[in-house]
Design a protein around this ligand. Structure first.
Ligand code: CAA
Length: 240
């Protein structure tokens, strides 16, 4: 059995592709999800990857969830903080609730995910942390004041973690996907989506597997000196 990897939001979209890529690379994978039981059951049936239900917005649930995964599979050496949500609205229409829900999941959720696992990584002198940020955290996006703030915050978090973990053999890096063909992007109104695709020099949406391959590289032994970095995978839409 390979090292144990936890992928949050790992039963659908980019997270599911990451979970599968890590399993294919020989890791033992646990996929966390928050609410969609049917999708999680289907994912496990199709891939054999175990799924675990908790909300990343809840610190105690993250702590208990990580403990359960470790009891089942062994110490978590690799954590992929991927779970994320959108609550898009132009700023003048954005409600405090829309702001808070996105902060709780996309920013505090990343803290909640990594924090209970970090001490074990320090003790074992090995760890791989990857946060899935976004091109919109790098460039900002109309109707995403909340989302862009969290995704930019995630980048500050990994740069700080990289400095804290380096001596303990832990790397912390980010991947910034552009617009990827997932349910999240498909939920954008079609006309708006078409205008976004027109701004992507590659002329297409990315595939979840294209993000998963970036993650598989960052968690590999070969990437041990890459720490505090961001891989942008956006079809040349934006250069950070
Ligand atoms: N730039 C400038 N103006 C824009 C704009 C843009 N990118 N998008 C919309 N507008 C304008 C519209 O033309 C409209 O102007 P008028 O009032 O003059 O017609 C106004 O802004 C929008 O007003 P509405 O009242 O129609 O807006 P709404 O309350 O219905 O909200 C919306 C619509 C939520 C903004 C919708 O257009 C939308 O979902 N946009 C996409 C936002 C987006 O890209 N989200 C990314 C989701 S994918 C993701 O997040 C994954 C990732 O990491 C990349």
């Amino acid at each position: 059995m390979g090292r144990v990897a936890l992928v949050t939001g790992g039963s659908r979209g980019i997270g599911a592709a990451i979970a599968v890529a890590l399993k294919d690379a020989g890791y033992t994978v646990a996929a966390n999800y928050a609410g969609n039981d049917a999708a999680a059951e289907k994912f496990t049936a199709e891939t054999g990857i175990k799924t675990y239900k908790w909300s990343v917005a809840d610190y105690e649930a993250c702590k208990a969830g990580a403990a359960k995964v470790e009891a089942d599979l062994g110490p978590i050496d690799i954590v992929i903080a991927n779970a994320g949500i959108t609550r898009d609205a132009p700023f003048h229409k954005m409600t405090p609730q829309q702001w808070q829900e996105v902060i709780d999941t996309n920013l505090t959720g990343v803290f909640n995910t990594i924090h209970p696992i970090w001490p074990g990584m320090r003790e074992r002198k090995f760890g791989r942390v990857v946060v899935i940020s976004s091109v919109n955290g790098q460039k900002g996006q109309f109707a995403q004041v909340n989302y862009a703030a969290t995704k930019a915050g995630d980048l500050g978090m990994i740069k700080s973690l990289a400095q804290e973990g380096a001596r303990a053999g832990i790397t912390a890096n980010a991947v910034c996907p552009g617009y990827i063909a997932t349910e999240m992007v498909m939920a954008v109104p079609e006309k708006v989506r078409e205008s976004i695709i027109a701004q992507i020099p590659a002329g297409r949406l990315g595939e979840p597997e294209e993000i998963a391959r970036c993650v598989a590289f960052l968690v590999s032994d070969d990437a041990g000196f890459i720490n505090g970095s961001t891989i942008s995978a956006n079809g040349a839409q934006f250069f950070a």
